[in-house]
Design a protein around this ligand. Sequence first.
Ligand SMILES: O=C(O)c1ccccc1N[C@@H]1O[C@H](COP(=O)(O)O)[C@@H](O)[C@H]1O
Length: 212
Amino acid sequence: MAKVKICGLRREEDIMIVNRYQPDYIGFVFAESKRKVTKEEARKLKAGLDKSIKAAGVFVNAPVMDIVELCRENIIDVVQLHGDEEEGYIRELKKNISQPVIKAVRPRVKEDIQQGLAFSSDYLLLDTYFEGQFGGTGKPFDWSMIPQNAENFFLAGGLNSSNVKEAILICHPFCVDISSGVETGGFKDEGKVKAFIEAVRLAESGYFKTNF
Ligand SMILES: O=C(O)c1ccccc1N[C@@H]1O[C@H](COP(=O)(O)O)[C@@H](O)[C@H]1O
């Protein structure tokens, strides 16, 4: 069963929505973004989050010790590195925390994914390359770049309730990750969160399997 991550939560209402629909992960963005939250905002939001839902912290080239602090204070349960972090950075981070690390790669060619698979992170995340933007683009990438042997990866980039079934059946991700596709006017939209999670469950039910 593909897991679900709803990223970019920043209001108490967003927490109430995810508590109702129970994704596996949510994301707090600590990088420059319209979805950015401060450490104190994230602490308050995390306090209202169901214990069964894991909170990922999304970072872009952040100082390692900033991430370590958030982990030690249990504000985040998973680290998502969404910038140009290299292997040395990941190793240094992993020496200091027990939380799993997701490393995002934004492939332009197949080889970028092969290089990503060599990272010592616990998971790889595949997202869309878009000049000048690290993430949250709302645009899908060419899934045919994903090698057959890739596993344990998060699939992101322009997912929504209409394309996620196809994404799961073609790419077989460990988790589908969404931000823009569950927003209206820049804010999380309860109807879209519900529709997305239902679409994931339906894809997994086997109903669509013969069509792909
Ligand atoms: O969401 C953001 O604003 C963001 C900013 C900087 C780095 C990553 C960000 N979000 C991640 O982007 C992907 C895809 O989002 P979308 O569904 O295409 O909008 C997802 O992994 C988010 O965690």
